[in-house]
Design a protein around this ligand. Structure first.
Ligand SMILES: Nc1ncnc2c1ncn2[C@@H]1O[C@H](COP(=O)(O)OP(=O)(O)OP(=O)(O)O)[C@@H](O)[C@H]1O
Ligand SMILES: [Mg+2]
Length: 261
């Protein structure tokens, strides 16, 4: 794992994302309850838990889609508690899936090219000449190869098979060149074949980046995660590798008893 210079106010040097006392209430109901959570740079970290555990709320807090009621979030040692999602993306923290960044009536190739262009929007005129646009084509080709979309380059996004749509979303995320990718249930709604392909893809993409993933499919979590945090009723009840958390009595109880027993 790469080591990062310690910054002012920073915590352990190779922690990329950290929360302290993160809390979110909805009208008095505490959905995320005083959570201390930390993600090692370069790791693939899964967030799991029974229904209603607070995973999506936690995810939305981390990605700043929801404001927290209390607590602090640090990204690379910087307090991002009151930042906006767009600012985070520029810092290298990008959320994928469940926000559709894909234009259905454009081809896979065009979608990735636009994602690349939007990243450089601040330095380049978006709609410059074809020559300027074509400068992106090489990088588009690399990204399509990375996610297995080469055969679908000219297929409209709307016509892609479901799993390939997800691959396209991931490619548009990768176009942002993120250091940290947050994935909300990347396997949701997929058949077995797509699940396996997407799991491989996420593992591959995670080689050079940090990934935080909320995922229901425990087989996938077991296969690809370095570290797992288990939430129940808004609290962390266990953390560690798959063997550690799956052997934990409280985790077993939470999964057998559900979240609300
Ligand atoms: N906007 C909201 N208003 C009120 N309550 C909410 C809101 N969002 C979430 N909750 C409640 O907070 C708790 C946690 O919800 P959350 O969606 O974070 O759970 P989850 O772990 O993602 O569950 P699932 O596995 O079903 O996706 C639930 O009891 C839910 O009803
Ligand atoms: Mg959820």
């Amino acid at each position: 794992m790469r080591r990062r210079a310690q910054r002012e106010g920073a915590l352990i040097s190779d922690v990329i994302l950290e929360t302290r006392g993160l809390t979110r209430e909805f009208g008095g109901f505490v959905a995320v309850d005083n959570v201390d959570f930390s993600v090692q740079e370069g790791s693939l970290h899964a967030l799991i838990g029974p229904n209603g555990a607070g995973k999506s709320t936690m995810f939305n807090l981390l990605t700043k889609f929801l404001p927290q009621s209390a607590g602090t979030i640090f990204y690379k040692g910087v307090d991002i508690s009151s930042e906006r999602p767009a600012t985070l993306a520029r810092r290298g923290m990008v959320r994928s899936f469940q926000i559709s960044s894909v234009f259905p009536h454009l081809s896979a190739h065009e979608n990735i090219r636009i994602a690349l262009q939007s990243r450089f929007r601040e330095t380049l005129d978006f709609w410059r000449s074809d020559r300027a646009l074509n400068a992106y084509n090489e990088r588009v080709g690399e990204l399509m190869t990375d996610v297995g979309l080469v055969d679908y380059a000219h297929t409209l996004a709307a016509e892609l098979p479901y799993g390939r749509k997800r691959a396209l979303e991931l490619a548009t995320t990768l176009a942002m060149d993120p250091e940290l990718i947050l994935l909300d249930e990347p396997m949701a709604g997929m058949g077995q074949e797509d699940i396996q392909r997407t799991a491989r893809l996420i593992r591959e993409v995670g080689r050079s980046r940090t990934i935080v993933m909320v995922e229901h499919n425990l087989k996938v979590v077991a296969d690809i995660s370095d570290r797992i945090t288990v939430l129940r009723r808004g609290k962390v009840i266990a953390e560690g590798d798959y063997d550690t958390v799956s052997g934990d009595a409280e985790v077993q109880k939470a999964y057998i008893g559900g979240g609300h027993d």
